[in-house]
Structures are given as structure tokens and as C-alpha cells.
Write a protein that binds this ligand. Sequence first.
Ligand code: APR
Length: 253
Amino acid sequence: MPKQRVVVLSGAGISAESGLGTFRGPEGLWDTGEPNSHGDGGTRTVRVEDVATPSAWVADPAQVLRFYNERRAQVRTAQPNAAHRALATLEQGFEVDTITQNIDDLHERAGSSRVLHLHGEIMVARSTAHSEHLEPLGDQDIHLGDMCPQGSQLRPHVVWFGEDVPAMSVAAELVTQADILLCVGTSLQVYPAASLVFLAPDEVRRIVVDPNIPESITRTAFECLAKRATEGVPQIVHELLRDAGIESEENKS
Ligand code: APR
């Protein structure tokens, strides 16, 4: 019997318990203009339009680079958590493709072998003029004046608001071929990524793990686990492997 195909759609929530913040909600990175939670009269300071848009890059590239350099430093120190690791073990019994909106590399470091980064990868630099030129950054940052071999400034290999999402067509194809769709830790508020859940054929089993089940999901036929990723994902992975008759290391415990 061919293995069933699981497509995972992950968002910032899966990396939250690795210490990487989410974007929306009370403590979210983009939740600005409001008084901060320290009660000191300050406000949250990161505005999408200052750091994650093409116009921000034109206006102040040094600020944009600094923002991503700081976030890259956080990613380097973060470790994959039990949810990332459980998804890697799912490959023992299923064909698994992970479509992630995350720019961190925690799925890969946990051992997932097929990861599609819809919004790019913070650990990779791209030439501003020659978009096919990519450079893994390793322990390097990007600074103004860092050039590709053809002499153009390097930028983070991430998708900014207002830019195309080149991986969308591959992602859409994966979702239409899925037997099981597993959404983890995404508010599904950002398009076109959010539209992927609506592309799954009717017969696809749909599961969501998120402590705050997104409204758009409740309007479709999802099995909802209102749990944190490190609790809900190992649980569902355990059940899927058990139902597939796989005696995984994880399932023996
Ligand atoms: N486990 C699982 N889910 C969690 C956890 C957790 N421990 N903590 C929070 N969440 C959920 C929240 O309930 C929310 O539904 O994670 C989701 C995070 O939503 P967003 O912050 O909107 O992140 P995401 O959906 O990934 O954002 C999409 O927006 O700014 C852009 O490019 C950025 O890729 C990002 C995109």
C-alpha cells in the first residue's frame, strides 16, 4: 500500500515554544501602536511597514537589515521543540510535505526532509538584482555593502508584504494531492497562504492544532485540537502512526 500523504501547514505558533514570537495577538511582533504590557507608558515598536515591505527597504535598508539580523540571531539560538520533532517522526509512516510560513529553520533542524518555505528563509541571503542568486548565511549577518558576485546589495531571502509568493503554486499543488491536512499554529490571516486550506478536496481529513482555533477554520470541516503545539502535535502524530500500524520510537513510550 502506498503511504498516505500528509501536508502540514505551519505558522509562527509552532515555533512559539522554541522562544520565537508570533506576529499577531497581545504579545505579537506586529501588534504595535498599543501601550506595552509593562505598564511603563511605552508602546511596542515594530511596524510592518518599517521593516517588512519593499518601501521600507527603499527608505531605510540599514534598519531592515538590522531587524532581520536580530531575528536571525534569535533563530540561531532557538531549538526545535517537541512539535517540530514529532512532525519529523511522522515520516516513518507517511509521505510528509511541510508548507511553512515560518522563515526559521526549525523544521529542517528537527529532521523534516521536505519543507517548503512560503515566506522565504531568514538563514539565506538573496541578491537584490539577481533573484536567482542565493547564499546560505551560516553565522554571518547581512550589512549594507554586502554584495553578490555581480555587485548588487544582498537582502534577506524573505517575502515582504506586497511581494509575490513564488512558492504558492507548488504549495497549492501539494494541498490538492493531500490525504490529510494538518494545520499548526497559524492565524490564517495572511493571504495567499491562508487560502491553501480551502484548496483541499472535500475528502481530505483536516486537523488543526492551535490554542486559539482560527475563525476561518471553524467554517470548514476541521478536527480541532485547541492545544499548544508541543502537546497537540505529538498527540496527533502518535494517533496517526498508531492508526497506520507504525510502531515508532515515539509510540513505544
Ligand atoms: N502552539 C500552537 N499555536 C500557537 C501557540 C502554541 N504554543 N502559540 C500561539 N499559537 C497560535 C496563535 O493562536 C495563532 O493562531 O499561532 C498563531 C500565530 O498566528 P500569527 O502570529 O498570525 O502567525 P502566522 O499565522 O504564522 O502569520 C503568518 O504573517 O507577518 C506575517 O510573514 C509573517 O509568516 C507570517 C505570516
